[in-house]
Design a binder for this molecule. Structure first.
Ligand code: DHB
Ligand code: FE
Length: 304
């Protein structure tokens, strides 16, 4: 048989098989292909439109910007919402809310004990010290937790995705002290925007959407026996706080800025003038499996 209707073709695509393959991949691919066949027919997608889409996907992949699209189309937040729902159902919704990792995490940042200067002299923007403790859901300090922190530079760009910055610029890891404490110095970061003149910006302009995120700082917090926490905090007052292109801001994660904090006690971070302080405790859930406590970001998790 070499003449097929649409339905017969789809059936063949979804059922042809010479080996077991991977049943889960087969299941998901069958569903996605079926939904796309239907969309093409319902929307009367022309060959030119279809191949323009494929060309855009190829350029998107080559640009390394796939992760920017997933966040902007809501998939990253969707996965968080689904995990929140699963936690609520299992009666384990507790601790600091999760917030998307985003596509710009890099593993292997330099590690310091208890405190670190995340930025480098000369000072850019307003001096920020963020400090607090890592706690478990019973309020006990988590000693030896790893707090991985990363944020954008004064132009809203991230090192490793920006040729103008050194490796691991604005990326550090801090190990909490016996009392669960951590602190770091940096500057109050600005907001972020998707790269202009890129496959990503093409999509968002065609959708009539902006590609801005409000000012934020990312964290990946890991400790033995605790569930790895991926979250972000937001700087208050940003115009995009309630209009984040990645839909990732959350109640409870907008910090309070304490401007004009006296520098006494912050000498080890080279703070000599009044500065902006943020106090924030991270509260981690108990891990329910070894896997949950694995100190790994999302790409490290799938690679393992
Ligand atoms: C994107 C960028 C970020 O800095 C972030 O935290 C999340 C998403 C993005 O470009 O998709
Ligand atoms: Fe970010």
């Amino acid at each position: 048989m070499a003449e097929f209707t649409q339905e017969q073709l789809l059936e063949l695509v979804n059922t042809s098989q010479v080996a077991a393959g991977n049943p889960r991949v087969r299941q998901v691919a069958q569903r996605v292909v079926s939904d796309l066949f239907r969309a093409i027919d319902d929307l009367d997608v022309s060959p030119d439109e279809f191949w323009a889409g494929v060309n855009w996907l190829a350029r998107l992949g080559a640009s390394g910007q796939m992760g920017l699209i997933t966040a902007g189309l809501g998939f990253d937040r969707l996965l968080d919402i689904r995990e929140d729902e699963a936690d609520a159902k299992a009666g384990r919704a507790a601790g600091t809310p999760r917030a998307i990792e985003g596509p710009l995490y890099i593993a292997g940042a330099p590690l310091s004990e208890r405190e670190v200067r995340v930025d480098e002299a000369p000072q850019r923007g307003e001096v920020l010290v963020m400090e607090g403790r890592v706690l478990d859901t019973d309020g006990r300090p988590v000693a030896g937790a790893l707090v991985d922190v990363w944020h954008a530079n004064e132009k809203g760009r991230y090192s490793h995705f920006d040729p103008d910055q050194k490796d691991f610029a604005l990326r550090r890891k801090i190990r909490t002290g016996a009392d669960g404490s951590y602190r770091f110095r940096s500057f109050v970061p600005p907001g972020y925007a998707i790269p202009p003149n890129s496959p990503t910006s093409e999509l968002f302009s065609a959708l009539g959407r902006h590609g801005n995120r409000p000012a934020h700082i990312h964290f990946l917090v890991a400790a033995e026996g605790q569930r790895t926490l991926t979250t972000q905090v937001n700087i208050p007052g940003d115009t995009f706080l309630d209009d984040d292109f990645a839909f990732a801001t959350r109640d409870g994660l907008v910090v309070t800025l304490e401007p004009n904090t006296a520098p006494a006690g912050y000498e080890s971070l080279d703070v000599r003038e009044p500065f902006t302080r943020v106090r924030f405790d991270f509260v981690m859930q108990k891990a329910s499996s070894d896997d949950e406590a694995r100190p790994a970001a999302r790409m490290e998790r799938v690679a393992a």
